[in-house]
Design a protein around this ligand. Structure first.
Ligand code: NAG
Ligand code: NAG
Ligand code: NAG
Ligand code: NAG
Ligand code: NAG
Ligand code: NAG
Ligand code: NAG
Ligand code: NAG
Length: 450
């Protein structure tokens, strides 16, 4: 077990994220950096070893997976040999002081109608009553998928199905990999192939490091080429979680590459490639009138947001964007709502490249409002943000669209060394910088609201 012990010591060392380059805003950067992950895993010696291999075609691997986790999930080590494990029903792992070497893929059977039955998934992610088919909870654990393992979501039949069927939040489409009530954990070199819905969620968790994540939600059915058929395949949603670090991610998806939702604090995301979808998102916030959504201390850096060929994925909507519900309550969650208080503050975004995104920087606060409803009276405030060292292009002319709330104006947003140009820049078409109810916006090449 020496190797497991050694690697845990190494992992403990990489659990302390430090800021590589000299921080330009020492106040904020040091507050993000001063909350390092600090699990004491150094004394870990697995007491048991469980080893599995796939049973083979036509067989159900769920029982052997559950049994291994039951036997070795507390204090032990579980090794999944390479191959595909056929998972036929919802599954939870409860891990304490444990190491999992997941070299194979947990392949969730593609039986859409069955998974959509409410009893066949968990509803542990409170926001929007989202469903999960695989939930991992516990403390002091490592799941190392060695670049070969992870989750196979068998998403293609889901993408086909939801081309014809309306999609709603809370409709039961399952999140592929949910960490819930997890503390001090490392997820390493993990794959999520063809997720039917959000690839990851981390909720009610703290001190988590995701190091190495490959996600690919791509429709491969030519019947649907050029159509947006992989909606809601977010890379990750964070909710009610503290000290979450994500690095080395490659995400191909049709929706948010990252979505930072309510009560996410001390979040670091670095070294990302986001291919297709809607961009790096905050929100939506303020959906629940009775809950406050706080988001603070966020650092996102070294990110490429790249448009894919439209045949593969027609949307690449934003670079970085923020979304909030309007002031009036309109319907009830999971599909309606609004009226909640909240804020995003103390966030740094630096070293980004945008490749033909539709809008580079966007704040929109009128979710749930009838279209054209002005003024916007959302109670969610966006403030104290820095955008630095960002270059690239948009596919139309809007560089900045800040349509903020009259009652909670956007404020103190600084741009430095930002050079994003519209498709018509240089041919006489003016780049657009829209600012409504936004104060203290500095550093843009032209004044906002021009
Ligand atoms: C998965 O297990 C079910 C139930 O035993 C079986 O019907 C199905 O064929 C298996 N799938 C694969 C890909 O082996
Ligand atoms: C994603 O999957 C599609 C379809 O299998 C493939 O063509 C594409 O190269 C993959 N993208 C990446 C970044 O691996
Ligand atoms: C807030 O409202 C939601 C439904 O809108 C409800 O499910 C939840 O229990 C409420 N929470 C509190 C703390 O009252
Ligand atoms: C966020 O945390 C505050 C307390 O700090 C709490 O009042 C609020 O209900 C929480 N919101 C959510 C969405 O859990
Ligand atoms: C998809 O769009 C591209 C260009 O936008 C076009 O060349 C191609 O024929 C379209 N494919 C289908 C299947 O519609
Ligand atoms: C820009 O991209 C968006 C999708 O992100 C698309 O809907 C729109 O048509 C594109 N605009 C042009 C002029 O191609
Ligand atoms: C902005 O970038 C473009 C290329 O995308 C370049 O031509 C232009 O000189 C740059 N402007 C500034 C102010 O750096
Ligand atoms: C083109 O982009 C540059 C750099 O951002 C900016 O200074 C200039 O005003 C833009 N030109 C037009 C016509 O919008």
């Amino acid at each position: 077990m020496l190797s497991a012990l050694t690697s845990l010591v190494v992992l403990a060392a990489i659990l302390s994220p430090t800021l590589s380059s000299a921080p330009s805003f020492p106040d904020l950067s040091s507050s993000v950096a001063s909350s390092p992950l600090s699990p004491d895993l150094s004394s870990f010696k697995p007491s048991k070893l469980c080893t599995l291999k796939p049973l083979g075609r036509g067989k159900d691997d769920t029982p052997q997976v559950e049994n291994a986790i039951k036997r070795c999930g507390h204090g032990g080590r579980t090794v999944f040999e390479k191959g595909r494990y056929n998972i036929t029903r919802k599954m939870t792992w409860d891990l304490k002081s444990a190491r999992i070497d997941l070299k194979g893929l947990l392949s969730f059977e593609p039986k859409v109608e069955e998974w959509l039955q409410p009893e066949n998934t968990y509803r542990v992610v409170f926001i929007q009553s989202q469903a999960s088919w695989f939930v991992v909870s516990g403390s002091d654990f490592v799941i190392d998928a060695h670049g070969s393992g992870g989750v196979h979501g068998n998403g293609q039949p889901w993408y086909n199905h939801f081309t014809h069927t309306p999609r709603n939040d809370g409709d039961g489409r399952p999140i592929s990999f949910t960490l819930w009530k997890a503390k001090r954990a490392v997820i390493k070199d993990f794959n999520i192939h063809f997720p039917p819905f959000w690839a990851n969620a981390v909720a009610e968790s703290s001190d988590i490091l995701y190091d190495g994540m490959y996600i690919n939600a791509t429709n491969t059915n030519p019947e649907f080429f050029n159509q947006t058929v992989v909606w809601n395949t977010d890379g990750i949603d964070t909710y009610r979680s503290d000290k979450i670090t994500m690095k080395n991610w490659d995400v191909t998806c049709g929706d948010d590459c990252i979505a930072v939702k309510g009560n996410s604090t001390n979040i670091i995301a670095r070294d990302f490639v986001c291919r297709g979808g809607t961009g790096i998102a905050f929100g939506s916030l303020g959906q629940y009138a009775n809950l406050t959504d706080y988001v603070s201390n966020v650092l996102v850096e070294n990110v490429k947001v790249l448009r894919l060929p439209s045949r593969v994925q027609p949307n690449m909507n934003h670079g970085i964007y923020f979304k909030a519900w309007d002031g009036p309550v309109s319907g009830t969650p999971p599909t309606g709502g609004g009226g909640g208080f909240g804020f995003v503050r103390d966030a740094i975004f630096r070293n980004f490249i945008f490749d033909r995104v539709q809008t580079a920087f966007q704040i929109v606060q009128n979710f749930g409002a009838p279209s054209g409803d002005v003024p916007v009276t959302s109670k969610v405030k966006f403030e104290k943000m820095r955008f630095e060292d960002i270059r690239g292009t948009t596919n139309e002319s809007t560089i900045v669209r800040f349509e903020c709330s009259e009652v909670a104006q956007c404020s103190d947003i600084t741009f430095r060394n930002v050079n994003v140009t519209g498709a018509g820049n240089g041919t006489g078409v003016k780049d657009e910088y829209i600012c409504e109810n936004a104060v203290g916006i500095t550093g843009l090449p032209v004044p906002c609201g021009n």
